[in-house]
Design a protein around this ligand. Structure first.
Ligand SMILES: *[C@@H]1O[C@H](CO)[C@@H](O)[C@H](O)[C@H]1NC(C)=O
Ligand SMILES: *[C@@H]1O[C@H](CO)[C@@H](O)[C@H](O)[C@H]1NC(C)=O
Ligand SMILES: *[C@@H]1O[C@H](CO)[C@@H](O)[C@H](O)[C@H]1NC(C)=O
Ligand SMILES: *[C@@H]1O[C@H](CO)[C@@H](O)[C@H](O)[C@H]1NC(C)=O
Ligand SMILES: *[C@@H]1O[C@H](CO)[C@@H](O)[C@H](O)[C@H]1NC(C)=O
Length: 775
């Protein structure tokens, strides 16, 4: 049979195809776009101590780090005008920014780059995960549960941020930035709707939802390399992991970032990955479509049986062996793709979208008070993966990741125009604020020194009963015992100023042994063309955020400098931390967020007034006052967390020996969980920065082990534990849930660690499980 002649059709199809290709390429770069900026992105490990340290966020003394779910990172972008201004934005997989971290990072950047990066044009923002090590903030209230300052947590952040910025700086090249927005309907609900309902009905009537559903995404496209990353802002708390979780985790936003970076690498596996990366990538993800014909199941079992758990001997090549899977996944001809999921006005937004229920009755909690039979301890929010917190994290992460990919793929509005910034420090203890008077005219009101209300101690439905602040608490927190004598009774002026908040802790007026709460706060606007990023040092609620954005937008559009499109995003928890900011009306209700709005009922009005001044200065080209500098309290910090004294193993066992192996001659299928336990040592001895504590390896050929999953993978958990609090012995449990995409073959699980001798020397060790088969 002769082939049909498709000649003319084929020519038409080729022309059409060429046209489509043209469209795709043009779209990738933005239609008709020319690059107008220099752009650079960077990313670095900031995981911190995975043992003994209290987690930041829930203020639950019993929530102590004991392993890693996946790693934490600092992700940075720089946008610069070729001969002009530049801005640097750093997103941290941390609960919040810290004044002290910001001060020290700026000192490091000043030492490297002079005046290129200063407090004015640098924003450092936290995603609000409640599953990262604490102790890195400088004010007393934020380090009570971590037994004071934790140097190692602090250093991991400062060092990691610096490295991430260095990468971004060195990657600066001509490129463009695109902006896109879209809604995610099912990743956040209002956890204090009774407070929201106190906002004026007319104002509420302007909005469809009682939380913001919009994600704003920036897509970074290098002139030569194409897309190099994305940053987005979306409001939802980092409380998918619970207040009892002990594994370090980036929660839903960290997960979304991990998913999106992996997604990008997989989609580019064909073209730009190195040879080693390709084979890893193939074994990780796309094995299903490559038929494995040469190895039968029993042959695999035989091969597996020929490998024995390797002894835990130290190795000089240790660090190169502990190399992460993702280091090998680097693209060969350009920097790694960086994708960050940043926090915005999440103050009253919970990721536990099924609502809050009583653990005893299963009924919804009391609407106005989030209590169960009058008690807050039993009322918990439920995530979409209830009762599995890892599933909660994965699902809420995935919802953000999928929307981000969609916005990334369809971004077409290019940012054009000036890069600029304004920054000022304000003393929030006594700001005068001019607000409209009821019945017309204006009046002057004041903010107050910081104070926390009683509802603060009740916590939220994401973590009830957050702080046991009862006087005379003797439950063994040495730091709390040390500082509780400095409790202060507020004077009448402060009581009146904070009305109707009943004051539990008058933190703004407690200065011993050093400041309990900040009074000097930074506010900042970063401008990139028609985008304005508002850096705020706390958690704005939904309506508070809307009011602030609207106020700034009005100033910006009123200036006539923007042609129609203006995007305003709030970067929450940025540069320092001062808890919550509600509206005046929400403050009246005094739920957790109102009780944690430190500077009184007019806190939000003060922000709006001062941000309008910044925006006016920005558009009119005027400078702003520097304002009073916040204190550097590093030398005053008290640390009561005991150091690692010594690590030990039982007689006859070495570090890295298997304590509980995989069953002999066993075959696992996808979806199974493989568990191996090793004799281990305290992870604080070496944080394995940009390395890993655990590794899943796949056998290639006869004796080559290929790393395929590490402790930054969602499917592999590293759990660390001591049999007793003061024991020198410890175990590391690796749990690998075999993903659907894993290649069939022979695998083993390895552990890397570092042990401390009585004399203080640190020795690295490694160990391996028996080999096993995944069918
Ligand atoms: C919540 O409180 C408001 C104001 O006191 C009251 O009108 C409302 O009935 C309460 N709602 C519920 C469900 O208890
Ligand atoms: C706004 O429009 C004017 C006139 O069309 C143009 O000259 C100017 O460059 C535009 N500005 C921006 C920021 O796009
Ligand atoms: C902030 O204002 C308060 C109240 O006026 C004052 O006591 C305090 O000294 C000020 N702090 C700084 C650092 O200026
Ligand atoms: C291992 O298991 C396979 C199939 O389950 C079996 O055929 C084989 O005899 C076993 N080998 C050993 C050494 O137990
Ligand atoms: C693996 O070992 C077998 C038997 O010892 C040998 O025949 C084969 O060549 C080896 N394959 C590789 C890739 O080294």
């Amino acid at each position: 049979m002769r082939c049909l002649d498709f000649g003319p059709l084929r020519t038409a199809a080729m022309i059409w195809f060429a046209f489509l290709l043209f469209l795709v390429q043009e779209n990738g770069r933005g239609v008709g776009a020319t690059s107008n900026y220099l752009i650079g992105l960077g990313s670095y490990d900031i995981t911190g101590p995975a043992a003994d340290v209290n987690m930041m966020g829930y203020a639950n003394m019993e929530q102590i780090a004991s392993g890693i779910h996946f790693r934490l990172r600092a992700r940075s972008f720089i946008v610069a005008e070729p001969q002009g201004n530049r801005v640097l934005f750093v997103n941290l997989d941390a609960c919040m920014a810290s004044q002290l971290v910001t001060i020290k990072v700026l000192e490091r950047l000043n030492a490297r780059y002079g005046d290129l990066y200063t407090e004015k044009n640098v924003a450092i923002s936290g995603i609000h995960t409640h599953a990262g090590p604490g102790g890195y903030l400088q004010y007393v209230v934020y380090i009570v549960t971590s037994l004071g300052f934790v140097r190692q947590s602090f250093n991991a952040l400062v060092d990691g941020i610096e490295q991430s910025v260095v990468q971004a700086h060195e990657n600066l090249r001509p490129g463009s930035v695109f902006v896109n927005t879209g809604e995610i309907l099912n990743a956040g609900i209002n956890r204090s709707p009774s407070a929201y309902l106190n906002n004026p009905a007319a104002e509420r009537g302007k909005y469809k939802y009682d939380v913001d559903k919009e994600m704003t995404l920036l897509k970074f496209v290098d002139d030569e390399w194409g897309p190099v990353g994305s940053f987005n802002w979306f409001a939802t708390h980092g409380t998918s992991m619970s207040r009892t979780n002990g594994l370090i985790s980036g929660d839903n936003k960290g997960a979304a970032a991990r998913f999106m970076e992996d997604w990008f690498d997989q989609n580019n596996a064909g073209s730009t990955l190195s040879k080693a990366s390709k084979s890893i990538e193939i074994s990780r993800r796309i094995s299903n479509i490559i038929p494995i014909v040469h190895e039968k199941h029993h042959e695999l079992l035989e091969i597996a049986a020929s490998f024995h758990p390797s002894p835990g001997r130290p190795s000089t090549k240790f660090m190169s062996m502990a190399r992460r899977v993702r280091s090998a996944l680097r693209l060969t001809d350009r920097p790694r793709f960086v994708s960050a999921f940043c926090q915005t006005n999440c103050g009253d937004v919970s990721p536990n979208v099924l609502g809050a229920f009583c653990t005893d009755t299963g009924l919804p909690c009391d609407f106005n008070h989030s209590t169960c039979g009058g008690k807050n301890e039993l009322c918990y929010g439920r995530g979409p993966g209830y009762p599995d917190e890892f599933e909660n994290t994965r699902i809420i992460g995935e919802r953000q990741f999928k929307k981000a990919v969609n916005l990334f793929n369809t971004a077409s509005e290019q940012l054009k125009g000036k890069v600029d910034f304004r920054h000022t420090y304000l003393n929030f203890s006594k700001l005068e604020v001019t607000i409209p008077k009821e019945g017309g005219g204006m009046r002057v009101v004041k903010t107050c020194p910081a104070a926390m209300g009683f509802a603060f101690a009740a916590g939220t439905t994401d973590g009830p009963g957050a702080f046991d602040f009862k006087q005379g608490d003797d439950k063994g927190n040495a730091f709390w015992k040390l500082v509780r004598d400095f409790l202060k009774t507020p004077d009448q002026e402060q009581v009146d100023c904070q009305q109707p908040k009943p004051i539990l802790l008058d933190t703004g007026e407690m200065k011993k042994p050093y400041d309990w709460a900040p009074s000097i706060l930074p506010i900042q606007i970063l401008r990139i063309g028609q985008l304005a990023i508002l850096s705020v040092p706390g958690e704005f609620t939904t309506m508070a955020g809307r009011r602030l954005r609207d106020a700034v937008k009005t100033v910006l559009t009123g200036s006539g400098q923007f042609n129609g499109s203006v995007h305003v995003v709030i970067a929450g928890l940025t540069n320092t931390y001062s808890q919550y900011i509600t509206t005046f009306e929400e403050y009246e209700i005094q739920r957790y967020e109102g009780a944690s709005t430190l500077y009184g009922p007019h806190t939000l009005s003060a922000y709006i007034q001062e941000f309008k001044k910044l925006a006016t200065a920005l558009t009119s080209g005027q400078p702003v006052q520097k304002g009073p500098r916040p204190p550097d309290l590093l030398n005053k910090q008290i640390s009561l967390l005991p150091p690692v004294v010594v690590d030990a193993t039982p007689l006859g066992k070495k570090f890295g020996d298997v304590s509980s192996d995989v069953p002999k001659n066993s075959t696992f299928k996808k979806g199974d969980t493989v568990t191996v336990v090793f004799w281990s040592a305290c992870p604080r001895n070496d944080l394995m920065t940009e390395g890993t504590f655990s590794l899943v390896e796949l056998l290639q050929g006869n004796d080559t082990w290929l790393p395929v999953y590490d402790d930054d993978d969602f499917c592999l958990r590293f759990k660390w534990s001591r049999p007793a609090k003061l024991s020198a012995r410890s175990r590391a449990t690796m749990e690998w849930s075999i993903p659907e995409t894993a290649a069939p073959g022979v695998y083993r699980i390895r552990h890397f660690g570092a042990a401390r001798s009585l004399f203080g020397s640190i020795k690295h060790f490694t160990g391996s499980s028996s080999a096993f088969v995944v069918a």
